[in-house]
Design a binder for this molecule. Sequence first.
Ligand code: NDP
Length: 468
Amino acid sequence: MSRYNELLQAITVREGGREVHDPATGELIGRVPVQSAADVDAAIDRARAAQPAWAALSDEERVGHLNRIADAIEANAEALAELLSREQGKPLNGPNARFEVSACAAWTRVPAATPLPVEVVIDDGETYAEMHYRPLGVVGAITPWNWPMMIAIWQIIPALRMGNAVVQKPSEYTTLSGLALAHVVNTVLPDGVLNVVAGGGDLGSRIVESDLVEKIMFTGSTRTGKKIIEASSGSIKRLTLELGGNDAGIVLDDVDPEAIAEDLFWGAFINTGQTCAALKRLYVADAIYDSVVSALAEVAARMPMGNGLDEENVLGPLQNDMQFEIVDRLVASAKASGARVVLGGDPDRDAVGYFYPTTLIADIDPHNDLVVEEQFGPALPIVRYTDLDEAVRLANELDAGLGASVWSSDRERARELAARIQAGTVWINSHGTINPFVPFGGAKQSGYGLEFGVAGLKSVAQPQIIQG
Ligand code: NDP
């Protein structure tokens, strides 16, 4: 039996449960369990029971476990990538499924290799104080469907590194991916340290409302993030919220359009646009507007979209019907306003799968719905600007502030502009190029709390001062 089939057999149920279909073909992939609130409570109990022994291991022992998790992910990489591609839709090739699985290993090894030693805060002869980072206890991880394995790793691994146990609830759209990854991780971990609950409905809120969970890591919509903030108040839970965004990119008049076109494309269309920190609205200086649009259109037109298991494709379907309808509504709004469709914009409704064609919309009103609402799909609005201050004002006027980018051949000019943009990260001449050593988090309603690097470890620990 292939490793893919072994994995599938280990995580699916034969009867009952919920059917999972391939978003490219509609084909049945398997059935996942649908668990209840009582199962969530049992998972939290298992985590609480396992956490003290996990926390009591030495740092070196926990690091050893994490490195063995990375080894296990690498040993199962192709099977995980195939399953991810079939359930999520993203192609194996390009910056997609294989890339995501390799990122899982990287985002495991880096926290494993990042020490968080005791910090001496003051030692002036009179006062001595040091800061320790203790385990919190149980961390609840509520993970999304766009990068269902990589974002799970972002949430789980730092929490484990700091001596916490974890209860994870994968999105109901990508339960298989969550279960498969956890199955591989759990071949290394002691029982009860990582627990996954599968299903949907009220499982996430059950975790948030539990008094036995100390911290929630959530990646998803601002709407659900607000509910989590409210529900967490009962137990003053710690929260890290990554609530997506509507990232702006500002292209200055001194760029070479052809030189930046491919990076602009992937900044916007990685994972077929279903990425929290993707470029979602592009502002281009009038002097080079037409050249940037045509260079981008040339790149976009040659990127094949189709079934993810077909090696030639680098763009896939949308993961679900809900997201297809959002993208379709926003593009319809742009078209109705008289904006210019440069590419795509006309999905084949009779075709199988949630395929939405790669779409570029030019000469669009900066307040059109496609600009001001998050599309989370393969449709990029390109706004023309003549006054740079006005472009900055437009970039900053929304409630979202996850990422942004500035494109210029003059690094100093770009850095000055970056400082004026309200976003958690501003990239120069790239977009969304995250790195496991570099903290990542949102401004404004894109959430709060940092992930990655030392800051990410601190966010899943309880700081404790010892003075005297
Ligand atoms: P949501 O943000 O609504 O998240 C759904 C997840 O949150 C499920 O696991 C659900 O589990 C859980 N949940 C829902 N309500 C609560 C609650 N009150 N307390 C705790 N957990 C809760 O995402 P959707 O999948 O519905 O996507 C909606 C939009 O979010 C998309 O259109 C997209 O724009 C954006 N999005 C952003 C992502 C990002 O990377 N930032 C990723 C994915 C989507 P349960 O039902 O069991 O409680």
